[in-house]
Design a protein around this ligand. Structure first.
Ligand code: F6P
Length: 399
C-alpha cells in the first residue's frame, strides 16, 4: 500500500485480504501501525512522525522493516499474497521494498490511495482514526489536531508513484479515477479490477433464500421446483417486511437467480428484478433431484467424499463450493460497486458464500454456515466490518 495517513489504506487492505482469501488465496495484511502499537505501545503524538525527529525516524524505519520481514517470512512459509499496509510514501522506501521483493523472487504491486477531497479525508479521520488506540482517552478536538499534524509530516516528504516504479495502481478519490501502470497477469489483474470497483459505503445488502420449495419439502436437492404453500406465504411476508423496513422500497434493486423458486419469491415485492445465472444454486450434477439419504445409499463414496471436504468436493458433472465462490465473484464485484440498497433472493450454498465474503470468514467455514429458510439477513458494512441482523419471518418451516 502507498498513501498518506487517513486515505483509507487499511480499509482497502482489509477488503483485499477478505476478497482474496475468499477466492481461496491465502492472504494476510501486515500493518506497520499495528506493529508499532504492539512493539512500542500506542499513543505517540505527531512529533514521533516528524522526519526531523531522527531517533523516532530510526525506530519507525526499524518497525517498517520488521513488518516487511514478517510478510516475507509468511510468504515463504504459508502465504500466497501479503498486503504490506504502511504509508510507503517515499521513492526511497519503495525502492528498498522492491529490492527485497526481487531478492526473494516475489511479484510486487503498489496500490496507491490518493485523496484530495477534504470531505472524504475528514470522514475517514472521524470514522477510523479517532477510534484508534493511539487516541484512547484523548479529547476529540485534540486528537484531530494531532492527527492533522501527523499527516502534514508525511505530506512534506510524500512522493507519488512514478512510471518507473513497476506495476502499480493508483485509486483517486474512492475510485473516481483509476490509473494502472504495467499491470499484467491474472491475480494482479483481478486485484486491480476488484479495487477499481470498491466503494466505501454503508448501504445495506439484504439476503434471503427463496421461500420453501416443493423439493425442500421432499428433502430433494437442486432442481427447479415451484414454491410450496408455505413458500408462497413467505413471499408475501417478505414483501410486507420490505415495505415496513424499507419505506423507500422503490429504490431497492432486487436480484434473483434464474430458478423459479427465487423469481416467485420476489414477485409480490412488485419491483423490477434482475435475474442472474451466477446466483443459481450449487449444481449437484448427477445428484440433482435426489435426497441426501438416496445419495448415501446409491453413491456412498460420493457421500463420504463430500462429508470429508465439503468445500472442495465437486458433485459428479456438477459443482463444488469453490466453483460457486468463483462464479458469484462477479455478483459481489457488482454489489461492491452499487450505491443503492440491494435485496438478493437466492439459495443456501450461494448465500453461504456471500455471507462468508461480507463477514470475512475463513473459507473452510463457508459450506457449514447456518442459512435458514424464511429469514432475511441484513448486512450493513462499517469501517470495521459488517453488521449482521437476521429477521425470521412467518411461516417458520423446517430447513
Ligand atoms: O436443499 C436445498 C439446497 O439449496 C440444495 O439445492 C443444495 O444442493 C443444498 O441446499 C446446499 O446445501 P448443502 O451444501 O449443505 O448440501
Amino acid at each position: 500500500m502507498v498513501g498518506l495517513p487517513a486515505r483509507g489504506k487499511t480499509f482497502t487492505a482489509r477488503k483485499l485480504v477478505g476478497y482474496l482469501s475468499w477466492l481461496g488465496y491465502p492472504t494476510q495484511a501486515f500493518n506497520v501501525g499495528e506493529h508499532r502499537r504492539v512493539t512500542v505501545g500506542p499513543g505517540q503524538s505527531h512529533e514521533y512522525f516528524d522526519p526531523a525527529n531522527e531517533d523516532a525516524a530510526r525506530q519507525r524505519a526499524g518497525l517498517a522493516k520488521d513488518a516487511l520481514d514478517d510478510a516475507c517470512r509468511w510468504l515463504r512459509q504459508a502465504g500466497r499474497i501479503a498486503v504490506y499496509d504502511a504509508t510507503n510514501s517515499t521513492r526511497e522506501r519503495r525502492r528498498s521494498i522492491r529490492k527485497r521483493a526481487e531478492a526473494e523472487d516475489f511479484e510486487l504491486l503498489f496500490v496507491e490511495i490518493v485523496n484530495d477531497d477534504p470531505a472524504i479525508i475528514e470522514a475517514n479521520l472521524r470514522e477510523t482514526k479517532l477510534r484508534s488506540p493511539d487516541y484512547e482517552g484523548v479529547p476529540e478536538a485534540q486528537a484531530l489536531a494531532d492527527f492533522r499534524k501527523r499527516i502534514a509530516h508525511y505530506e512534506n516528504e510524500y512522493e507519488t508513484l512514478g512510471e518507473d516504479e513497476g506495476a502499480w495502481v493508483r485509486l483517486r478519490n474512492r475510485g473516481a479515477q483509476v490509473v494502472i501502470n504495467r499491470v499484467y497477469g491474472y491475480i494482479v489483474g483481478r486485484v486491480v479490477f476488484f479495487l477499481s470497483n470498491l466503494q466505501v459505503s454503508d448501504r445495506p445488502v439484504w439476503l434471503t433464500r427463496h421461500g420453501q420449495s416443493v423439493f425442500n419439502m421432499q428433502g430433494r436437492i437442486g432442481g427447479d421446483a415451484s414454491l410450496s404453500v408455505s413458500g408462497a406465504e413467505y413471499a408475501q411476508s417478505l414483501a410486507a417486511h420490505v415495505r415496513d423496513a424499507f419505506p423507500a422500497a422503490a429504490n431497492l434493486d432486487v436480484w434473483t437467480s434464474t430458478l423459479r423458486r427465487t423469481i416467485l419469491t420476489a414477485e409480490p415485492l412488485g419491483l423490477q428484478t434482475g435475474s442472474w445465472k451466477a446466483l443459481d444454486e450449487i449444481h449437484a450434477g448427477a445428484c440433482e433431484g435426489m435426497t441426501y439419504a438416496e445419495i448415501e445409499r446409491s453413491m456412498p463414496g460420493e457421500f463420504q467424499a463430500r462429508r470429508r471436504d465439503k468445500l472442495e468436493y465437486r458433485y459428479p458433472r456438477g459443482e463444488s463450493y469453490l466453483d460457486v465462490i468463483h462464479r458469484i465473484d462477479r455478483v459481489l464485484i457488482e454489489l461492491e460497486r452499487y450505491r443503492t440498497p440491494v435485496l438478493v433472493v437466492a439459495h443456501r450454498a450461494v448465500l453461504r458464500a456471500m455471507v462468508a465474503y461480507f463477514q470475512q470468514l475463513p473459507i473452510v467455514e463457508t459450506p457449514h454456515l447456518d442459512m435458514p429458510l424464511h429469514t432475511v439477513i441484513k448486512l450493513t458494512p462499517t469501517a470495521y466490518g459488517c453488521l449482521e441482523e437476521r429477521v425470521p419471518l412467518a411461516p417458520q418451516v423446517e430447513n
